[in-house]
Design a binder for this molecule. Structure first.
Ligand SMILES: Cc1ncc(COP(=O)(O)O)c(C=O)c1O
Length: 395
């Protein structure tokens, strides 16, 4: 292997492209193939027994009364916000995936963006409190990249001000808050089960809550709003989870603990290998919490590292290493939101800074440790040759 970065030597560190993520799927042979074949034979491919089994296993795993499976995290959020009657102002981070916020617009509610903590990259409770007005109806926290949000602080603020509290737990399977799985906090939490997550159902989502009324609203809402008599109580959608996805989810749940542990071991290796590289920092996880590491992001300080985040991304691309600038651009700058935030009060300084400096590196649950070492070696070499790399990229 070359000891010079590929932008200088034309010899990439990896012969084949290293993607940002690979889904870790259960082995098809281990019961899954038999169950899938059974679905084809029976013809019951939606609203069947696997959905019921999946929901009950998830509810037990999370320690909640209700886990309602839906066809995506986005529709889970839409039905949840609708069921809670969110309107007027809803406090939400801008440093998140757009799907946290879009359903608010579908309901005619007004997102009010709140800045994040510069260490955890999660919504900042002090800034949440400062953003509350008489028109505020709810707070939406996000367990960003799987790092549990400041749950106790947000619960205290929500209860003092009489606000609803939702957690977007799209990245949350595998995350532990003070030793407990996220999913049981606030009024409700909403997960995604798409292929980049630790628990994969192909596509899908879970709404987890102890609020029976809300759970029923989501169950009816995923069925067009039809409570079972072919009338409708409200305008719902089709957000059902097919049986194929539920079977996959059941098998994936069995692998969750192993997947979360493996990712934490990989991140420990990333941290150790990059510890001595100037200008690289990691998202801070409270010592009594566990991050799922749905994504592993670093920040790149241009002055200390010698190259800007985008230059590092380009240099890694030349090594055949994929990266992502997740949450850049931040949601409040999207075309969808730009014209709607005239009365935005929080200047979102940290959001602007972190979204410009952060870079997600490849991670998946069955990734080999050796690959982490090689990726980190590339980052070190790119840093060591910073000036030449900059000139080569500019040329
Ligand atoms: C923070 C966040 N919220 C919501 C979603 C939407 O989930 P889905 O893709 O299952 O609709 C995602 C998707 O990854 C996400 O990252």
């Amino acid at each position: 292997m070359s000891t010079r970065p590929a932008v200088l030597s034309r010899q990439p560190a990896f012969e084949t492209f290293v993607p940002i993520v690979r889904p870790t799927l259960p082995r098809f042979e281990d019961g899954l193939s038999r169950q899938m074949a059974g679905l084809f034979e029976s013809g019951i491919i939606t609203k069947g027994d696997y959905l019921i089994e999946f929901e009950s296993r998830i509810a037990k795993h999370l320690g909640v009364r209700n886990a309602v499976a839906v066809s995506s995290g986005t529709l889970g959020l839409l039905l949840t916000y609708h069921g809670l009657g969110l309107k007027d102002e809803v406090l939400v981070p801008s440093f998140t995936f757009m799907a946290t916020v879009h359903p608010l617009l579908w309901l005619g509610a007004e997102p009010v963006f709140v800045d994040i903590d510069p260490r955890t990259w999660n919504i900042d409770p002090a800034k949440v409190e400062a953003a509350i007005t008489p028109r505020t109806t709810a707070i939406v926290g996000v367990h960003n990249f799987g790092n549990p949000a400041p749950i106790a602080e947000l619960e205290s603020i929500a209860s003092r001000h009489g606000l609803k509290l939702v957690f977007d737990a799209a990245h949350g399977f595998g995350s532990l808050y003070q030793g407990q799985p996220v999913g049981r906090f606030g009024d409700v939490e909403v997960f995604s089960l798409s292929p980049t997550k630790l628990l994969v159902a192909g596509e899908g989502g879970i709404v987890s809550t102890d609020d029976d009324r809300l759970a029923e609203h989501v169950r009816v809402g995923r069925e067009y709003g039809n409570p079972g008599d072919y009338g409708s109580d409200f305008p719902g959608v089709n957000a059902r989870m097919p049986e194929f996805n539920a079977v996959l989810g059941i098998h994936s749940l069995a692998m969750l603990e192993e997947n979360a542990s493996r990712r934490n071991r990989l991140v420990a290796a990333y941290r150790e290998a990059l510890d001595s590289v100037p200008g690289i920092t990691f998202q801070e996880i409270a010592p009594d919490n566990r991050c799922s590491y749905k994504d592993l992001a670093i920040t790149v300080d241009e002055a200390a590292f010698g190259l800007a985040r985008d230059e590092l991304a380009s240099a890694l691309h030349a090594e055949n290493i994929d990266t992502r600038k997740y949450h850049d651009p931040p949601v409040h700058t999207h075309k969808t939101y730009r014209d709607r935030i005239g009365r935005q009060r929080d200047p979102l300084t940290v959001t602007t800074e972190i979204s410009a400096k952060s870079l997600s590196l490849p991670i998946w649950s069955h990734m080999e440790l050796d690959m982490v070492e090689r990726i980190c070696a590339s980052i070190r070499e790119i840093h060591d040759h910073g000036l030449e790399v900059r000139q080569a990229l500019a040329g």
